[in-house]
Design a protein around this ligand. Structure first.
Ligand code: NAP
Length: 176
């Protein structure tokens, strides 16, 4: 069954987007070579995307690098939303509940992985015991505010993570 991997670039203080969903802070760092990220891209069979990510800012807007993985990903995407549009672009499916979305993304991914884009969706997958891995590229910037990589989980128990890659510091398996 396809692994579910939450992948994000995050500021050192733990934000994946700035205030109001601003992604401009990432533009200066986009495109830097990263073998682990290239490996993740090669292993990505489908994206599971939150609606705010789908509709949101892109650090590479209006360039060839616009889109997931700096514009290099062109496979299937499942977008989770309460407001599915009447029509969907080719390769994109809109779903309205988490478990259907995960099932559709896994089906589309085949024997490769599902990469989750969006902190809210990733947190729900974690809460539901569905999240297998976390891959974070830490960017040397302090945003101070915005969308946290993981939302607060008041009263929650710690979730242990174990490192699974030698060539990048923040690629982890979720210990269950
Ligand atoms: N730094 C990075 O690498 C990176 C990567 C990805 C995204 N981002 C940024 O992160 C921000 C988005 O993250 P986010 O955590 O705020 O939101 P998100 O996870 O992208 O999307 C959340 C939205 O998805 C829909 N949704 C979530 N769970 C659902 C469910 N169970 N059933 C139906 N619909 C559901 C809802 O949209 P509706 O109710 O409106 O339909 C919800 O508001 C954006 O600013 C984006 O640009 C950064």
């Amino acid at each position: 069954m396809a692994r579910l991997i939450y992948s994000a670039a995050a500021s050192l203080d733990g934000f994946i987007a700035g205030p109001g969903g601003d992604m401009g802070w990432l533009t200066a760092y986009a495109g830097e070579p990263n073998p682990a990220a290239e490996r993740l891209l090669a292993d990505t069979g489908a994206l599971l995307v939150g609606r705010r990510t789908h509709d949101g800012d892109d650090p590479n807007r209006d360039t060839d690098a616009e889109g997931a993985f700096g514009g290099q990903y062109d496979g299937p995407a499942v977008v989770l939303t309460h407001r599915p549009p009447a029509t969907a672009p080719p390769g994109t499916v809109f779903t309205t509940d988490l478990h259907s979305a995960v099932a559709a993304a896994r089906e589309a991914a085949g024997d490769r992985a599902v990469v989750i884009l969006g902190a809210d969706v990733a947190a729900q997958c974690l809460e539901a015991g569905l999240l297998d891995e976390v891959f974070v590229l830490v960017v040397p910037v302090l945003l101070g505010d915005g969308t946290p990589m993981f939302p607060r989980r008041p009263g929650a128990s710690p979730v242990r993570l174990e490192s699974i890659a030698d060539d990048t510091p923040h690629w982890y398996r979720v210990v269950r």
